[in-house]
Design a protein around this ligand. Structure first.
Ligand code: NAD
Ligand code: UD1
Length: 340
């Protein structure tokens, strides 16, 4: 049966793809977003793609009264919480802003949920909560730690939810620990639209392929990996979105607060990613090896078997599909949503 879902950060990259899948599956969507890192154009295109409408509230989670009023206006069944700032480097420069936005914003949301009796919660966590993992593949039982303020906000929110779950037995909270989301909806109409210099590998690679930048800097080729470059578990954003729908369906069986890895279980190196992107785009992608990036680790990939077992979810889109869809989005929208 269709549920009414509040999607915080729904105008952003992962949120917009999840809104589309929620609407396609017959759910109703209320988006809360302050558009700090997104534009309403993503939501316009989501509605155009599925022919259904979204209720949009341009609102900041730091506005506690506004958040409360939203809960008073809409009878909500569940909350998917994507809203947050996510740039690791920036979080080192302006930690107070990250703690205030991500932590205080989440507290306001949880307070409004409690006041209005909404107890179904799905949180955008990250593989960053594993810090520097001792081995791969990573299971949910691994030790948790943080290496930067951004990662610490994710870890703190997880801890807050574990505490709330102890105090409030009605709470059903799913922590989805994403590995490396890439790709775009296969229509090429919605995708990732980084502001300024992309922090992550694939948006950068795609901007080189389309001619916006000269070459990819490969951060180190002396890791203990098959070609010396960093290995990550890249996952198609549509698979990730479908993971949220699987979590929503599984919530009635969830007790308290449970974490799930969302990854494919397969790692690819930087050079393998550059090659796959070159093939999908039929462009040459110049690249040059430079020094390691501070804070990086050699190899990270998921054991995603808990999500398969409990949520009945697994990623199905392979690397070629991820690169083809990234390229379709990038080539049709070289300047992101500013391309009309
Ligand atoms: P994004 O920046 O595209 O989306 C986040 C959205 O939240 C944006 O639309 C932004 O405007 C909004 N937002 C931020 N602060 C807000 C506030 N105070 N009030 C209201 N809206 C606010 O990022 P994304 O890549 O879609 O990531 C979504 C979530 O997933 C984030 O919490 C992020 O930390 C997490 N995550 C992302 C990745 C990744 O690689 N993209 C990996 C792991 C986890
Ligand atoms: C980064 C963040 C992590 C966050 C994740 C998803 C750091 C240290 N970690 O992880 O906290 O959860 O993004 O948002 O920033 N690479 C290059 N050249 C580039 C960019 C990246 O060689 O221009 C390499 C990296 O060294 C890494 C791989 O590509 O081996 C992937 O990098 P990236 O996309 O930034 O993701 P993570 O490092 O996994």
């Amino acid at each position: 049966m269709g549920q009414r879902v509040l999607v915080t950060g729904g105008a952003g990259y992962i949120g917009s793809h999840t809104c589309l899948e929620l609407l396609n599956a017959g759910h109703e969507v209320v988006v809360l977003d302050n558009l700090a890192n997104s534009s309403e154009e993503s939501l316009r295109r989501v509605q155009e793609l599925c022919g259904k409408s979204i209720t949009f509230a341009q609102l900041d989670l730091l506005d506690a009264a506004g958040v409360d009023a939203l809960f008073a206006t809409h009878q909500l069944d569940a909350v998917m919480h994507f809203a947050g700032l996510k740039a690791v480097g920036e979080s080192n420069d302006i930690p107070l802003h990250y703690y205030s936005n991500n932590i205080t914003g989440t507290l306001h949301l949880l307070e409004a949920m409690k006041r209005h009796g909404v107890w179904n919660f799905i949180f955008s966590s990250s593989a960053t909560v594993y810090g520097v993992p001792e081995s791969v593949p990573i299971t949910e039982e691994f030790a948790l730690s943080a290496t930067n303020p951004y990662g610490r906000t994710k870890l703190m929110i997880e801890e807050i939810l574990r505490d709330v779950a102890k105090a409030e037995p009605q709470l059903r909270a799913v922590l989805l620990r994403y590995f490396n989301p890439i790709g775009a909806h296969e229509s090429g109409r919605i995708g990732e639209d980084p502001q300024g210099l992309p922090n992550n590998l694939m948006p950068f690679v795609m901007q080189v392929a389309v001619g916006l930048r000269d070459k990819v800097a490969v951060f180190g080729d002396d890791y203990d990996t098959r070609d010396g470059t960093g290995v990550r578990d890249y996952i198609h954003v549509t698979d990730l979105a479908l993971g949220h729908l699987a979590a929503l369906d599984a919530l009635p069986q969830i007790h308290g607060c449970v974490a799930y890895n969302l990854g494919t279980g397969t790692g690819y190196s930087v050079l393998e990613m550059v090659r796959a992107a070159a093939q999908a785009s039929e462009r040459t992608i110049p690249h040059e090896v430079v020094a390691r990036r501070a804070g990086d680790v050699g190899e990270v990939f998921a054991d995603a078997s808990r999500a398969a077992r409990d949520l009945g979810w697994r990623a199905t889109r392979d690397l070629q599909k991820m690169c083809e869809d990234s390229w379709r989005w990038q080539s049709k929208n070289p300047s992101g949503y500013k391309t009309q």
